[in-house]
Design a protein around this ligand. Structure first.
Ligand SMILES: [Zn+2]
Length: 210
């Protein structure tokens, strides 16, 4: 999901978020606040929240994608619940019908098999929810991705360096709009590379040391 996404680090914590849709670049008038928890978020136990603006056509998918996150958690809980009866069935099958006992190896295999079957069940449950949600709000032409198309991913250096705010987006055009909206939060070279035009001079102090 993240391979072709564009990312940028802006200075400070307060950014102006552009009012163009990060998914289809249409006029965005619907705001939604949501979080991001990448690998670093699991390490630092932090979710990074920001409010983004989407267009009214992409907005239902945003809500659907956030609902799918709850399904991920629910599928995890269900995996555990599925596991208990599966363990009982597998343990029962591992027993020798004559003696009613399972050898150590067969018992271990029964536990391993029940774990694998429970994980498969949980994955299937999540995939079913995902397919239903994608069918309900299918990806339209002009949309870059399904669902969420921009994230605030915390600071640099695994989120620990709070002097910067890192954003990633499915569309480089949205990152360019973000940089244009916050021109003083990037170096001139970074501005040029994303926007394709030189950084405007800071307002208020045109010359001299400031
Ligand atoms: Zn849109």
């Amino acid at each position: 999901m993240t391979q072709q996404w564009t990312r940028v680090a802006l200075k400070g914590k307060a950014q102006i978020i552009p009012t163009i849709c990060p998914n289809c670049l249409g006029d965005a008038n619907l705001k939604y606040r949501y979080g991001y928890k990448g690998i670093q978020g699991w390490l630092t136990r932090t979710t990074y929240y920001q409010t983004f603006s989407y267009c009214d056509q992409c907005f239902p998918q945003v809500k659907s994608a956030l609902g799918l996150r709850h399904w991920r958690f629910f599928a995890g809980v269900m995996t555990f619940i599925f596991w208990i009866p599966l363990l009982l069935v597998c343990a029962d099958r591992a027993r020798n019908p004559q003696t009613g006992l399972a050898t150590g190896l067969r018992a271990d295999l029964a536990v391993a098999l029940s774990v694998v079957l429970a994980l498969i069940s949980g994955c299937l449950l999540y995939q079913a929810a995902r397919v239903i949600k994608h069918r309900r709000n299918p990806r339209r032409p002009g949309q870059k991705v399904w669902g969420l198309a921009a994230f605030y991913t915390g600071g640099t250096h695994l989120g620990f360096n709070n002097a910067y705010a890192v954003y990633k987006a499915a569309r480089p055009e949205w990152i360019a709009a973000l940089v244009r909206a916050n021109p003083e939060q990037v170096e001139p070279a970074v501005y040029l590379s994303h926007v394709g035009a030189p950084q405007p001079a800071p307002a208020g102090r045109p010359f001299g040391p400031g």
